[in-house]
Design a protein around this ligand. Structure first.
Ligand code: ADP
Length: 483
C-alpha cells in the first residue's frame, strides 16, 4: 500500500486537533455547562463549610463568617442545636434560608442528623417540602414563596465547637438557571466554529506545506545524488532537524564524490601499475624469443624484477581487501618478536648491501609477543621497505625496539625526504600517495601503510608517525608483550 504523504498527514492531524478543540468547547460550554456549574457551586459550599468549622472557636466568628459568605457568594447561618440562629450572614438575593421558617430549619437539621451529620439538597420550595415533610398534611402549612426560576443549593452540617456544644451550619448558594447563557453561548459557538473551521483548514494547509516542502526537496536532491550527480546540494529550509539531515547528506555527497574520485584514480593508477611491468615483460620476452642475442641474464633479471613488482601489487590488493572485509583471520601464537624482526633486517641487509644501503637494528631486550607472526612481519616489512624507498642520501635506515610498561614499540627511522604535515593524516588511507606522479624509482601501490594499519588494529596495537619534510620520518607500531 502506498503510504500517505507527510503533507496530508500533518494536514489531517491539525484538522483533527482543531475538531477536538471545538468538541471540547461545545461539551464544556453547552452540553455540560450546567453540571459543571453545579459542581463548582458544591465546591464553594464545601470550602465555606470547612472554613467556618475552622473558625468556630474564634472570638471574631461573626466577622469571619461574614467574610467567608462574601468571598464564596453564599449565605451562611449558624444555628444552635434547637434551631435558633446564632449568626447569620450574607447578602445573597433570593436566599432561602433567610425566608425559611424555624421549624423548617429544625426539620432540615434533623434530616442532616439522619444522614450522618451532613446533608446537601437542591432546593426549591416544592422539593424541600417533599423531602423534608413526606407527610402531606403538614406541608400545607408552609407558605410557598416564589423564588422565580432560580433554585437553591442548601447544605447543612452538624458540628461541635471547642466547648463540646453542638452547632449546625446552614449554607445556601443560589443556582442561577443556565439555559439563557447556554443559548447565547451556542450562538456564539456557531460563529466560532465556522471561523475556526475555515481558519484551521487554511492554516493547516500552510503549515503542512511549509513542513513538507523542504523534505520533498531533499528527496528530489537525493534522487539526483543516487543517479551519480555528486555535486547535488541539499538545503533544509530552516528547520533544525531537516537542516541537520541536509548537512549529513551534503557531507555524504562530498564523501561519495571523494570515493568516486579515488576509484577513478585507483583504476588509472592500477592500470598504469599493471600495464608498465606487463609491457616491459612482454617486450623483453618477445625480444629474447626473436633475437638470440638478447638472451642475456640482464634481460631475464628485468623480467624477474617486473614479475615481482606485479606480484606485489596483486598481493597488496588482495591483502587489503581481505583485511578490510574482515575475512582475514589472525592465528596468534607466542613468538620472539625481536628475533623475527632481526631476521628480516638481516635478510634485507644482505640483499641491499651491494646497493650501499645499511639497516641498523637497535634493541634493548629480547621480547616475546602473542600475535600472528606472518602478519606482524608483513606490517614491519612494509614500514621497512618504505623507509628504504624514501631513504635519505645516507642510505641508512634504523630500526629501534624500545619497551615501556607492557608495550614493545618498533620504530623505523629514516633521514629521507619526510612528509608534509598536511598529508600526515591521510597516508594511512588506502591508495594514498603523497607523490602522485609515479616515479618509477619509488615503487608503491599506496596500500602499504593501510595494510600496516589494518594488521596492527587487528592485534589491538597502536601505530603512528612523526615526520618533518627534508628531515626524515619515524614510523612506529606498538604491541603488548609477554613478560
Ligand atoms: P606506497 O606503496 O606508495 O609506499 P604506502 O601506503 O606505503 O604506499 O605509503 C603511502 C605514502 O606515504 C607514500 O606514497 C609516501 O608518499 C608516504 N610515505 C610512506 N612512508 C614514507 C617514508 N618513510 N618517508 C616519506 N614518505 C613516506
Amino acid at each position: 500500500m502506498k503510504s500517505i504523504s507527510i503533507k496530508w498527514k500533518i494536514y489531517f492531524f491539525l484538522l483533527g486537533f482543531c475538531a477536538l478543540l471545538l468538541l471540547i468547547l461545545w461539551l464544556s460550554q453547552v452540553v455540560f455547562l450546567d453540571q459543571f456549574y453545579r459542581f463548582v457551586k458544591i465546591g464553594e459550599i464545601k470550602s465555606s463549610a470547612a472554613s467556618v468549622e475552622k473558625s468556630l472557636d474564634s472570638t471574631n466568628l461573626e466577622e469571619l463568617v461574614e467574610r467567608i459568605a462574601i468571598d464564596n457568594d453564599v449565605c451562611i447561618e449558624i444555628l444552635s442545636e434547637n434551631g435558633n440562629a446564632l449568626y447569620s450572614s450574607g447578602t445573597l438575593r433570593d436566599s432561602v434560608i433567610l425566608t425559611m421558617l424555624p421549624f423548617e430549619k429544625v426539620r432540615l437539621l434533623a434530616s442532616a442528623q439522619e444522614h450522618g451529620g451532613e446533608l446537601m439538597v437542591y432546593y426549591n420550595r416544592e422539593s424541600l417540602r417533599e423531602s423534608l415533610f413526606p407527610n402531606a398534611e403538614s406541608t400545607r402549612r408552609i407558605p410557598s414563596i416564589d423564588i422565580g426560576r432560580q433554585s437553591s443549593l442548601i447544605y447543612a452540617k452538624i458540628m461541635a465547637d471547642g466547648d463540646g456544644n453542638t452547632v449546625a451550619v446552614l449554607i445556601n448558594s443560589v443556582i442561577a438557571p443556565v439555559d439563557a447563557t447556554v443559548n447565547t453561548l451556542r450562538i456564539q459557538l456557531y460563529y466560532i466554529t465556522g471561523f475556526m473551521l475555515v481558519f484551521s483548514i487554511i492554516l493547516a494547509f500552510i503549515i503542512a506545506k511549509r513542513v513538507s516542502t523542504p523534505i520533498e526537496k531533499i528527496n528530489e536532491s537525493a534522487k539526483t545524488l543516487a543517479k551519480g550527480d555528486y555535486g547535488t546540494f541539499f538545503s533544509g529550509g530552516g528547520y533544525r532537524e531537516i537542516d541537520e539531515l541536509a548537512d549529513t547528506l551534503n557531507h555524504t555527497a562530498k564523501e561519495l564524490s571523494k570515493v568516486e574520485k579515488l576509484r577513478q584514480e585507483l583504476i588509472a593508477n592500477i592500470s598504469h601499475d599493471l600495464r608498465t611491468p606487463l609491457t616491459l615483460i612482454s617486450g623483453y620476452a618477445e625480444a629474447m624469443c626473436d633475437l638470440p642475442g638478447e638472451m642475456s641474464e640482464e634481460n631475464a633479471q628485468i623480467i624477474v624484477g617486473e614479475t615481482k613488482r606485479l606480484t606485489t601489487l596483486v598481493n597488496d590488493v588482495l591483502d587489503i581487501s581481505k583485511l578490510q572485509s574482515g575475512m582475514q583471520q589472525i592465528n596468534p601464537a607466542r613468538y620472539g618478536l625481536t628475533e623475527s624482526i632481526g631476521n628480516i633486517v638481516n635478510r634485507l641487509n644482505a640483499l641491499l648491501k651491494k646497493d650501499g644501503y645499511t639497516i641498523e637494528f637497535l634493541r634493548d631486550a629480547e621480547v616475546t609477543v602473542y600475535a600472528d607472526e606472518s602478519l606482524i612481519s608483513q606490517a614491519f616489512y612494509n614500514l621497512l621497505i618504505n623507509g628504504i624507498n624514501y631513504v635519505g642520501s645516507d642510505k641508512m635506515v634504523t630500526v629501534k625496539q624500545t619497551l615501556a610498561d607492557t608495550w614493545v614499540k618498533i620504530q623505523v627511522i629514516d633521514n629521507g625526504e619526510g612528509i608534509e604535515e598536511e598529508f600526515l593524516p591521510h597516508i594511512w588511507d588506502r591508495y594514498f600517495k603523497v607523490d602522485k606522479t609515479h616515479r618509477r624509482a619509488v615503487t608503491g601501490t599506496g596500500l602499504g601503510l593501510s595494510i600496516v594499519r589494518s594488521i596492527i588494529q587487528l592485534h589491538g596495537g597502536e601505530y603512528g608517525v612523526f615526520s618533518k619534510p627534508r628531515e626524515g620520518s619515524v614510523f612506529w607500531f606498538a604491541l603488548q608483550y609477554e613478560k
